[in-house]
Design a protein around this ligand. Structure first.
Ligand SMILES: O=P(O)(O)OC[C@H]1O[C@](O)(CO)[C@@H](O)[C@@H]1O
Length: 520
């Protein structure tokens, strides 16, 4: 039986065993006792992976639970599903598309399973070379001081997150702006500071039809022409798999990609152009190399030491057997400020599904809610709830050992806080007074990077992509479509003219009332 037609995960033997294991944890799993009583626990639940170290030992997990999760992965055909993705099978079944973002970071000429894949890889490298040559050209052009990326969702979140994360590698004197929202305040605030002759607009849209991006691109183009800009070909470029659409818009400089790159998996493609302009071609290649190293790990490491698989299986354990509904991301590096937003799209758009890949409703939970802010800021905001709230929320710390700055004292203070928070969540502190009592035993994972470099960022992001693949695969869903975003788009199109006309016919009473108030 193949991965696509195996029984649903809740009908697999390991699922029942995991249910029994979770029912045995009547008062939760005691991580403190487990750590104190087992000298081998840290080694058993820690591991190296490319560019990072992971400590899972503060989680509600033990050897028998993890072994049963490994059984579940085997029974669910996880490895075969992964291999099908790398082999270019159309695993995105609702759109009949392959899922090959990993090919975007494969080295030129890397052996491929089929001639078609080898050909696709050659095309990837041709486009990459052209895109990186263009990035270098922009970097060398002292007249261009402001680059504006106009895109939304995957055409915004990845580049924005990475540009900020790699700011230490950016050449000074050039500003990158990201405009995503159809809310004109956002574009207006950027345009007010720009001059046409020193601006470059990158219109980033896989489909080149997304309403917000098209509205912003049209407004940017009229501003450019109104302000006396003449050379559209020099000041506008498009990053899109819809080359005809970009051309019809009037853009000549187009960097393409393929339908097998999902929007939220696209920062490695032409969508990564703002990153390449910020950090340069060589550093961009390092970003790809870091991701490729994680791809190789995901492909080749045995299940037991395969970090994306271990994290994804832990996510399944938490979501389906301990009923945790969210995970908090705590990056202890201010340059990773946009990582939680990026991961929200990655995980919640991929795995926020209520039917299996054949369309059958699921009786179990899927994507958790992801949220977070950089540490130490979160500590002074919502960590109260993590320590003393009624719900258990697993926290994923991301810490970076070496700072990119030389300000004395700050890095030690930052790292001490990361460690202390993980420790405090776990240890707790008994106090008879109630209000000052910390129950402790709150689970966390600790990911540790040596430095935040293009390479380590690439590995970190690929790790997250593959852990999302893992949980989605076990759940039997299609992690690569996003039909859930469509209905709101259609309704907005219907409502927009009504705001002008006031026609509320056929609307429900609440929407009709709000429509009239918005008009007034
Ligand atoms: O790159 P595009 O085609 O403009 O799409 C932007 C985003 O919109 C979505 O399709 C959701 O509406 C995302 O999946 C995607 O990343």
């Amino acid at each position: 039986m193949g991965w696509a037609d195996r029984p649903r995960c809740d009908q697999l033997p390991a699922w029942g065993q995991l249910r029994a294991l979770s029912q045995a944890l009547t008062t939760g799993y005691d991580v403190r006792a487990a750590l104190a009583g087992d000298a081998g626990r840290v080694a058993r639940f820690s591991q190296d992976a490319p560019e990072l170290f992971a400590d899972l030992s503060k989680n509600w997990i033990d050897a028998s639970i993890e072994d049963t999760l490994f059984d579940l992965a085997e029974q669910a055909g996880l490895a075969a599903h992964r291999d099908a993705m790398f082999a270019g099978e159309r695993i995105n079944n609702t759109e009949q598309r392959a899922v090959l973002h990993t090919l975007l970071r494969a080295p030129a000429g890397a052996p491929q399973a089929t001639p078609a894949l080898a050909e696709a890889l050659a095309e990837v490298h041709q486009t990459l070379d052209a895109m990186l040559a263009y990035a270098e050209q922009v970097r060398a052009d002292a007249r261009i001081t402001d680059i504006v990326n106009i895109g939304i969702g995957g055409s915004d979140l990845g580049p924005q997150m990475a540009v900020r994360a790699l700011d230490a590698y950016a050449a000074p004197g050039r500003r990158l702006h990201f405009v995503s929202n159809v809310d004109g305040h956002e574009l207006d605030a950027v345009l007010r500071r720009l001059k046409p002759e020193s601006s470059l607009f990158l219109v980033a849209s896989k489909t080149f039809t997304t309403a917000e991006t098209m509205a912003n691109a049209r407004s940017a183009l009229s501003w450019f022409q109104r302000e006396g800009g003449t050379d559209v070909a020099r000041h506008f470029a498009a990053l899109s798999s819809n080359v005809d659409g970009a051309r019809a818009f009037g853009i000549a400089n187009i960097f393409g990609f393929w339908d097998w790159v999902g929007g939220r998996y696209s920062l490695w493609s032409a969508i990564g152009l703002p990153i390449a302009i910020a950090i340069g071609a060589e550093r961009f290649r390092e970003l790809l190399a870091g991701a490729h190293a994680m791809d190789t790990h995901f492909r080749e490491a045995p299940l037991r030491s395969n970090l994306p698989m271990r994290l994804g299986l832990l996510d399944v354990w938490y979501r389906n057997f301990l009923q945790f509904t969210s995970r908090s991301i705590a990056p202890y590096h201010s340059a990773l400020a946009r990582l939680p937003a990026y991961l929200q799209q990655l995980e919640m758009e991929s795995n926020g599904k209520r039917v299996d890949r054949h369309g059958g409703p699921l009786p179990y939970g899927t994507s958790p809610v992801l949220w977070g802010e950089p540490g130490t800021n979160g500590q002074h905001a919502y960590f109260q709830m993590l320590h003393q709230g009624t719900d258990v929320v697993p926290v994923e710390f991301v810490a970076v050992r070496e700072a990119a700055h030389r300000l004395p004292g700050h890095q030690a203070a930052l790292l001490a806080n990361a460690l202390a928070q993980a420790q405090a969540l776990m240890q707790g502190k008994a106090d008879a007074g109630g209000h000052r009592d910390f129950p402790g035993n709150r689970p966390s994972t600790f990911l540790l990077l040596q430095r935040l470099t293009p390479r380590s960022l690439g590995a970190l992001v690929a790790l997250q992509e593959h852990r999302v693949f893992t949980s989605g695969s076990v759940w039997g869903i299609n992690s690569f479509d996003q039909w859930g975003v469509e209905l709101g788009k259609v309704l907005a199109k219907d409502i927009e003219p009504r705001l002008a006309s006031g026609d509320a016919s056929g609307l429900d009473a609440s929407t009709a009332n709000l429509l009239q108030r918005l008009r007034g």
